[in-house]
Design a protein around this ligand. Structure first.
Ligand code: ASP
Length: 452
């Protein structure tokens, strides 16, 4: 049995939804389907989720939000009309959206989540109707009734363990279960959303809960590539990746699969297959525990911009018990999560996501570090990128770091930081964001010479 998730571009308009229906009905094993909200139809388009956020924000700001809502309704109507669905389907979607918009706004985050969740919820109703219209047996499944229970962290929720048992029998009924991605309910029954792009996570939770044979994640590319094909033209395709490799690559900017989505399937041992709605016959990329086909030391190269680092130095830091803890405590007090802490004898750097580290937070934190830790020097460097080489085989191969550093040197890329975890599944290099693309091309040329 397969769980199939379809992303925003796969459900962006009626033509895409027709393709999705054909994919689902072509394989009786596809019994659980997860959908995103309609995404962009073309590069300048706006995703339904973003339209809903604009709508909610207008209402919070004291405007009616009706104008923005009309934009959302137009997207669903266009699909429902083109698919010649029963008019009742669109009437129900309209009633649902207007009811949400008229709801209480006193708790901003709760209201925002109620609106955001409408994108997926109504898309699932529409998808179930489209499947039925095509003669298939399909039912919309409410995450509340099915028991997808999440922590009450609006916009950033995590699954609670009881969900797996609650959802285990999802595929038991007749026909296809269509489940909306991206949201669930808190133990108190309030709508909560996962992080953006979180329908991948929903699919993974369901695949783990029903012990699917495979979790198929349908998107708009044939497969995962060794590196961003927008940076390296003709980058090689990947047939297989391990969960750990995919996790690392997603962390460092591979947008094809949400970085948190692997957790559930990894623990349940369900393989993932990334496939293309626009070319479903392409084999896609499989994500598995152990790779069956041999590959060199490096499986993938990723780069993500938008990092910064706080550099702290203090003579005899290595002798000062609790220095690192006190430094990180300051960040915790300011509710800032850090990414990495490469260190020397008398210095330590804390690498952060730039979006978390506002100018106001910077001023306060730097002052506290100076005052409370009595450091010799503290400075902040913005505009960094993390470039990662990832590969399970790296730990068995000698000289990978040397090759990478040589490639950087040849390309004239200055290294700001090097970090390698004990797992040896990845190696991380901090470079100036402006050098990131050059760094990726240099690494690709080094590790995939024949594929250039
Ligand atoms: N629709 C949501 C978003 O745009 C979730 C998703 O597509 O996975 O982030």
């Amino acid at each position: 049995m397969k769980v199939a998730k379809f992303g925003g571009s796969s459900v962006a308009d009626a033509d895409q939804i027709r393709k999705v229906c054909a994919i689902i009905t072509s394989d009786p094993e596809r019994r659980v389907v997860v959908v995103s909200a309609p995404g962009r139809r073309h590069p300048k388009d706006t995703k339904v989720t973003d339209l809903l956020i604009a709508c909610a924000e207008a209402r919070i700001a004291g405007v009616s939000g009706r104008e923005e809502l009309d934009g959302v309704l137009a997207r669903y109507r266009e699909i429902a009309v083109a698919l010649e669905l029963d008019p009742e389907v669109m009437e129900n979607i309209e009633t649902d959206l207007r009811r949400r918009l008229d709801g209480p706004t006193d708790d901003r985050d709760r209201f925002l989540d109620t609106m955001k969740a409408a994108g997926e919820d109504n898309c699932a109703r529409l998808m179930a109707a489209a499947l039925r219209a095509g003669g298939a047996e399909a039912r919309y499944v409410s995450p509340k009734e099915a028991g997808l229970v999440l922590t009450e962290e609006h916009g950033n929720a995590r699954v609670l363990p009881e969900s797996y048992e609650n959802l285990a029998h999802l595929a038991d009924g007749e026909g296809i279960a269509v489940f909306p991605g991206f949201f669930g309910y808190s133990p108190e029954g309030r709508v909560v959303t996962l992080p953006r792009g979180g329908s991948d996570i929903t699919g993974s939770i369901l695949a783990a809960a029903v012990q699917a044979d495979v979790y198929e994640n349908f998107t708009d590319v044939d497969c995962v590539f060794v590196t961003n094909p927008g940076v390296v033209t003709g980058a090689r395709a990947l047939d297989e990746l391990t969960y750990r490799e995919m996790r690392e690559l997603s962390y460092a900017g591979f947008g094809v699969f949400h970085e948190e989505a692997l957790e559930a399937v990894f623990h349940a041992g369900v393989p993932v297959c990334i496939k293309n709605t626009n070319n479903p016959d392409a084999p896609g990329t499989r994500i598995v525990h152990e790779r069956s086909c041999p590959i060199g030391a490096v499986s993938g190269i990723a780069a993500d911009k938008g990092f910064c680092q706080i550099y702290v130095s203090k003579y005899l830091m290595n002798r000062e018990v609790g220095f690192g803890r006190r430094l990180l405590q300051i960040l915790e007090d300011e509710e800032i999560s850090y990414e990495h802490t490469p260190s020397g004898i008398d210095n330590i750097s804390v690498v952060l996501r730039e979006q978390e580290f506002t100018e106001a937070a910077e001023q306060k934190i730097i002052r506290r570090i100076r005052d409370e830790l009595e450091v010799d020097d503290v400075s902040v460097e913005r505009g960094l990128a993390l470039v990662m080489i990832v590969g399970e085989s790296m730990r068995r191969v000698v000289g990978t770091a040397a090759k990478a550093c040589q490639a950087f040197a040849d390309a004239g890329v200055n290294l700001e930081m090097i970090n390698q975890g004990a797992s040896e599944v990845s190696m991380m290099f901090g470079v100036k964001a402006d050098d990131a693309d050059e760094a990726v091309r240099a690494l690709y040329g080094e590790f995939f010479p024949s594929a250039e």
